[in-house]
Design a protein around this ligand. Structure first.
Ligand code: NAI
Length: 448
């Protein structure tokens, strides 16, 4: 059933909507917490009258989040937070079947990516939702009048408005939600530089998000992306995981679970120690090179694999990234060291032949491999992340005008509510504290 008047949009092909809708509804079966929130939102309309702009991977799970926000009464626009994460069938169905304005085409170039960001910002949102902070950083550059620092599309749009209209765009923002570690890091840097103009909710930092999504979601889907791209046998492979944060732990755990020999590289002594005590070999990258067969970067930092590393790697090594931006593998340096680059030797695989004749393989153009070569996290884990997003939006709106323009954490009661709903959906019951235990836990008098 197509909506009577489809909203404005830019998607690849509406013929894909049939398949997209089927997949969105299939994923919804695995998102019981979000479903419950959607049912309540449909009755209570807690987001009524709000315009929202979301910049997220355009996946089936995101589609179900958009449906939930819409059920809550929000007028929602969606654009992609990464050029390779868009599922074109989902984008088509969102517009055609669910009436949600969507601007996203898989593989879009940088100009189109920013055209789509502008389309979302032109919606004049009260709430924004980011995965990597591209919406907010564009807005902040505009607010600061630093138009030389924004992409040309954003500049063109900003200069087409009078200065007071530009400022109004910023002042009407109630809050912004941020989905990922890299985005939260950028927003904390904005807070430190005192340029943040509205409150931000660090959804990533909620336990219901990074404990599960970053660890189990990234762990499984990163291996899934690599296997789909290469058909590699993981058992017996020497896998080097750069970064032992929440995502790195998940990737290392799942690689080991499939029989890989896993080496971890780190720069943080606490995380390195944790990896060592979890039973992984911990080495500097330079020392891992003679052994590594598959490299997975997941640090949120830049140039983790760079020139000197490429030169030291074994012939045939494969390189994948699951950190937010495509800067963890220094592809410019790799190209400069190559005498030949054979793109698409297999879907999602580019072959770099170094001057020495050695061949290295880059998966998913160095972008998030779980989204480029697979479908991202399973719906069941996104259920928790997006339940957190939906309740964060509601909480931010309820607290309109009361939150300072800094990065906020969600109240723990919201995390507990989400976890309780998820447990209930899994049929798992837990104990409750007795009165005596409650008293003991909240007192200090009882000791040895
Ligand atoms: P985190 O902050 O928990 O962990 C990052 C780890 O990388 C830290 O332990 C840090 O010490 C380490 N690190 C930094 N520089 C390093 C270097 N030069 N060499 C080795 N290790 C280094 O962050 P988290 O949550 O694990 O996220 C990592 C990245 O993954 C971020 O960019 C985040 O946005 C992204 N992400 C990707 C997802 C996906 O779907 N692929 C899902 C969630 C997050």
């Amino acid at each position: 059933m197509a909506v009577a008047t489809a909203p404005k949009s830019d998607v690849k092909n509406f013929k894909l909507a049939v398949e997209g809708k089927k997949r969105i509804l299939w994923a919804d079966r695995d998102m019981p917490v979000l479903q419950k929130i959607r049912e309540r939102f449909a009755q209570e309309k807690p987001l009524a009258g709000l315009r929202m702009a979301a910049c997220l991977p355009v996946t089936v799970e995101t589609a179900n989040l958009m449906r939930t926000l819409q059920a809550g009464g929000a007028d929602v626009v969606l654009c992609a937070s990464n050029p390779l994460s868009t599922q074109d069938d989902v984008a088509a169905s969102l517009v055609q079947d669910f009436g949600i304005a969507t601007y996203a085409i898989r593989g879009e170039d940088n100009n189109t990516y920013y055209e789509h960001i502008v389309a979302a910002l032109a919606h004049e949102p009260h709430l924004t939702m980011d995965d990597g902070a591209d919406l907010v950083s564009s807005l902040i550059f505009v607010a600061l009048d630093r138009l030389d620092d924004v992409h040309a599309e954003v500049r063109k749009w900003a200069t087409s408005m009078p200065a007071n209209q530009r400022q109004a765009l910023i002042t009407q923002i109630v809050a912004s939600m941020e989905e990922t570690t890299t985005g939260v890091n950028r927003l904390r840097a904005m807070e430190k530089d005192k340029v943040l103009k509205f409150p931000v909710i660090a959804v990533n930092d909620a336990q219901t998000k990074h404990f599960f999504d970053n660890r189990y979601g990234t762990g499984q889907s990163t291996i899934d992306g690599i296997v789909r791209a290469t058909d590699l046998l993981i058992a017996g492979k020497v896998v080097v995981v750069a970064g032992y944060g929440w995502c790195g732990k998940g990737v290392a755990l799942r690689a080991r679970g499939m029989g890989a020999v896993v080496i971890v590289t780190e720069v943080d002594p606490i995380r390195a120690l944790e990896a060592a005590m979890d039973g992984f070999a911990v080495l500097p990258m330079a020392d891992a090179l003679s052994r590594g067969e598959l490299y997975i970067t997941v640090t949120g930092n830049a140039h983790i694999l760079r020139r000197e590393h490429f030169l030291g790697m074994r012939d045939g090594a494969m390189l994948a990234n699951s950190g937010h931006f495509d800067i963890e593998i220094d592809l410019k340096a790799l190209e400069a060291e190559s005498r030949e680059v054979n793109r698409g030797v297999r879907e999602h695989v580019d072959e770099y032949v170094l001057k020495s004749g050695k061949r290295l393989y880059v998966l998913g153009e160095g972008r998030l491999v779980n989204l480029a070569a697979a479908h991202g996290h399973p719906a069941s884990v996104m259920d928790m992340s997006f339940a957190t997003q939906a309740l964060a939006s509601e909480w931010a709106f309820q607290n309109k005008g009361k939150l300072a323009p800094v990065v906020h954490k969600l109240p723990v009661e919201i995390e507990q509510r989400i976890s309780a709903l998820k447990l209930a959906s899994m049929g798992i019951q837990i104990d409750t504290l007795t009165d005596a235990q409650l008293k003991y836990m909240s007192g200090w008098e009882q000791g040895t």
